[in-house]
Write a protein that binds this ligand. Sequence first.
Ligand code: FAD
Length: 378
Amino acid sequence: MSGEGQTDLRVFREEIRTWLEENNPGTPPPLDTVEMREWSSEWQRRQFDSGWAGIDWPVEYEGRGLSFLEQIVWFEEYVQSGLPVGHSCFVVALAHAGPTLIARGSDEQKATYLPPILRGETPWCQGFSEPGSGSDLASLTTRAEIDGDMLVVNGQKVWTSYAHLADFQELLVRTDPAAPKHKGITWVICDMRTPGIDVRPIRTIDGGAHFSEIFYEDVRIPIANVVDEINQGWSVAMSTLAIERGPAALDYQLGTLRDIDALVELAKQRQLLKNDELAARLSAVRAEGAALRSMTYLSVAEAKSGAAPSAMTTAVRTFWGELQHKVGRLAIDVLGSDSLELGTWSAYWLTQFSAGIAGGTKDIQKNIIGERALGLPR
Ligand SMILES: Cc1cc2nc3c(=O)[nH]c(=O)nc-3n(C[C@H](O)[C@H](O)[C@H](O)COP(=O)(O)OP(=O)(O)OC[C@H]3O[C@@H](n4cnc5c(N)ncnc54)[C@H](O)[C@@H]3O)c2cc1C
């Protein structure tokens, strides 16, 4: 990078810091309700109006057209400002539906769907998993039959985050049951207000209801909504997953570093750093946090170069999941019996278990590392 570029980035960082100080909403987002959608829409709109939405999205679709480096600086400052990370029903739209459309959508699809995402108007959700088709995603059975210029969808999805708040869905359907399982799948944009869609929220152990099961009965979707070609959806889904498992997790991963600092501070306040065993464990997670930061930047750079999802991205994700588990366990030990009350850290402990499941379980990730990086037999 040139010296001039470095100076620009410093100025850019300073601008972000000032803007976040002056515009921090001040209140945390409400959880999982329509109020969450209102809060997220308003906050996203405010970022858009000031030029902080879609920093690396193309200018013709109302992004800033800057590089991913500037986007990283935004995430770093955002996390540093103390704002909650990921608590938004725009996560799917901004982190992987939009980027998938940028990579694989038609010009018309991009023009239709990208600007409303950046303006905070249209949250999206992801309809990939089904009962019986999670790890083995290619075995999905939600069926779409062609009827003129429409697809008619019947079947069921599950674990769909923010489905009850979303306007659109990145939906995987089986369009050719006779083809080998990876070859008969289609990635299609589904309008969640289409008749025949029934969204049923699922309550979780931390008291929320952020995801749902969804039933589709004769849901009619224009074939014009297919991204890429009919029956080419597996390749589009791999683009989505490469983004979801790589760049899309960056702000969350930086958020874990912030969590570690907060936990060390809590242990300090409770005079627990005199406990050698606890202090050693806290030092170890802090060191692992520093390692996570370096590995994250390496894997994001690799994913942004357009390379196929690699064992490196998977290794970082596995390391991050294990680190969240250690941080959560340490938090319980720092709090002792106070952790029995539901609060920030006990919710963290309950939620971290999902880090080893969402976006591909830790066992599947280890299979990928074993087979692709270590060359072990299947
Ligand atoms: C918080 C959260 C949010 C989510 N949001 C969404 C969403 O928005 N949209 C969406 O589509 N999905 C979502 N999911 C679903 C997620 O993608 C799936 O849960 C995940 O892919 C695992 O699939 P499964 O639940 O069917 O488990 P299964 O695939 O049934 O796995 C059950 C167990 O068997 C193990 N296993 C399975 N196959 C193998 C194997 N070959 N080798 C070794 N072990 C194996 C797994 O590791 C796991 O422990 C979400 C999940 C969570 C936890």
